[in-house]
Each structure stands twice: as structure tokens, then as C-alpha cells.
Write a protein that binds this ligand. Structure first.
Ligand SMILES: [Ca+2]
Length: 307
């Protein structure tokens, strides 16, 4: 992977290309714009059979094939800023974005920025961006304890998961949990917005130039503001992409290990990155934090959730 120079400037080369290619019956659904007031516990996913992948979506999602999974528990919500702060306070952990970045020589991370005629790239390396300041200097976590943590690398996410008593999900586990037995286009049905109600935090309008925010959120939303899936899991689709422990199956472009991320994010739109579906998948460099990728934790039988 080629990285550019420090400062707020476009991230070039393979990184830009990687981004360019990217881009609930159980617990009651939050109503009237209400979000959950307290994080629910991890949810037990029963063993069973299901389908993984798709033959009618992006080519990398195929083929559709039968799988067996379940027998684990998984966080009902994406890991929040508040939870990650407790992890850092307890361990002194320093994330990858807080260390000098290869190719840049300074700490920082990738931040989505609306493109301009002068600067058409919508991903830029921003010095000083980290989980503590997701959009870079001047941003903070004040009042954002319930929002999903971002600007974490796959290593950061795995470290949190181990501290919490679990691990990152495999892609199969993640997709099995996200589908919750559904066989429809979206996990909630075949319509993107049943009866006009959007079911996940995505992007409305032409990406990347205009986001109407019709779902109520122009950026990340607090966990649990949209209806849960059939297993009672919130925000599996949209809000932020989620790290898995599964290496992406295509060879790395320039040597850096890539892992599969799932679920799409608040930056996925109908005209671009139509990936707010359970089978959608994308490769992400393991050491590359961005402000649209987070994660959640799974726990094997006998593991107790901590943190
Ligand atoms: Ca949105």
C-alpha cells in the first residue's frame, strides 16, 4: 500500500483505489426517533443453517452457499466510544492512529471529506485524527459516548475484543448473525425503506456530493437508533462498517494484510457502495483506521463479557 505525506491531503495510489471500490420482532424497535437509553447485553446466536453470500449482487459476494454457524454470543451494539474509553483507561492501550503512520511519519488517520473541484478525493489523511478526535483536531467525543468508536485498526479492535473477554467475529459468524435467518434483499425485507421508513443509518442523496440525512443522521448515529434485526442486534447494517477476523480472499494489492469488513456505513448510498446488505463485503488494510469503520465482539460458549 502506498501512503502519501502528512497533512490534510488526498490519500493517493492504491489506498485511493481501495476506497474508490468501496467506498429487526425481538426487542422493541426504537420509535419516533428514539435511541436506546442503555446498551443491551450480548445476544446468544443459536446454532443453525443458513445462506451466506449472494449471486445477484456485487461479484465478490458470490456464490451463495449454505453455511452452519451460531453457538456464540455477540454484542447487540457496535462497541461505543464510552466502552473503548474504559478499555483505554484500564490498559493504557495506544491505538495505531495515535502512532506515526507508515508513509506519513506522524499520527493520524483517514477522514471522509466532501470533495471539491480543487480536491476531488473524499478520503484524506488527517494528522491528529484518532478515536479521540475522529475527524481530526477540533473534533472530540464530547456527548458522543454512545456513538460507535471509529479510527481503530483491526489490531486495535482485536485488542479490545480480547480485553472484553471475546474476539472479533469471523465473516461467516458476522453474516449469520446479521441475516438472522432472513433471505430477503435486505435483512429487514426486500424494500429499502418499508412504508417509507429507513431501517439503517446510510447515505441519502448522490454520494459523495450531497447527503440529505433523511434517516436523521449525516454522520454516525448513537447505537440502537434503528430497529434491530431478527436476533435483536442493532446497527449490523449501516452506521459503521465492522471489522472481522477473516482475511480478504483476494491477494493484497501491495503486500499489506487486508481483512474483510461487513455491514456498510453511513457513507453507503444507493448510487455508490450499495453495501447495506448482509452479504456485502469489502477489503480493508489491517492497519488503516478510518472514521467509518468500527466493530463488535463475539464470545464463545463459556466466555463472559467484561468491560
Ligand atoms: Ca445517514
Amino acid at each position: 500500500m502506498r501512503r502519501g505525506q502528512a497533512g490534510e491531503r488526498p490519500w493517493v495510489g492504491a489506498l485511493t483505489l481501495a476506497f474508490a471500490l468501496s467506498a429487526c420482532a425481538p426487542p422493541p424497535a426504537p420509535e419516533g426517533g428514539q435511541c436506546l437509553s442503555a446498551a443491551p447485553a450480548a445476544v446468544s446466536i443459536p446454532r443453525g443453517e443458513g445462506v451466506m453470500g449472494s449471486d445477484v449482487a456485487y461479484p465478490e459476494e458470490g456464490p451463495a452457499r449454505p453455511v452452519r454457524s451460531g453457538g456464540f454470543s455477540i454484542d447487540a451494539l457496535e462497541v461505543s466510544n464510552g466502552a473503548f474509553a474504559r478499555f483505554v483507561a484500564a490498559t493504557g492501550y495506544v491505538t495505531d492512529a495515535e502512532r506515526p503512520q507508515p508513509g506519513f511519519g506522524v499520527p493520524g488517520a483517514a477522514v471522509f471529506t466532501y470533495p471539491t473541484p480543487e480536491n476531488p478525493s473524499w478520503w484524506r489523511f488527517v494528522e491528529g485524527a484518532s478515536w479521540r478526535a475522529p475527524e481530526g483536531p477540533g473534533s472530540s467525543l464530547e456527548g458522543q459516548e454512545a456513538l460507535p468508536v471509529v479510527q481503530v485498526s483491526q489490531r486495535d479492535a482485536a485488542a479490545y475484543a480480547a480485553w472484553a473477554g471475546g474476539r472479533l467475529p469471523t465473516e461467516t459468524e458476522w453474516e449469520f448473525a446479521a441475516r438472522a435467518g432472513s433471505t430477503t434483499r435486505y435483512v429487514w425485507g426486500d424494500a429499502l425503506a418499508p412504508e417509507g421508513v429507513l431501517q439503517a443509518n446510510t447515505w441519502q442523496g448522490p454520494f459523495p456530493v450531497r447527503n440529505s440525512g433523511d434517516d436523521g443522521y449525516l454522520s454516525r448515529a448513537p447505537g440502537g437508533c434503528f430497529p434491530p434485526n431478527g436476533f435483536g442486534l442493532y446497527d449490523m447494517i449501516g452506521n459503521v462498517w465492522e471489522w472481522t477476523s477473516t482475511p480478504y480472499d483476494d491477494p493484497p494489492a501491495e503486500g499489506e494484510v487486508r481483512f474483510t469488513i461487513k455491514g456498510g456505513s453511513y457513507l453507503c448510498a444507493e448510487n455508490y457502495c450499495h453495501r447495506f446488505r448482509a452479504s456485502a463485503r469489502q477489503a480493508q488494510e489491517a492497519g488503516l483506521p478510518t472514521n467509518h469503520i468500527g466493530f463488535r465482539v463475539v464470545y464463545d460458549a463459556g466466555q463472559a463479557r467484561k468491560g
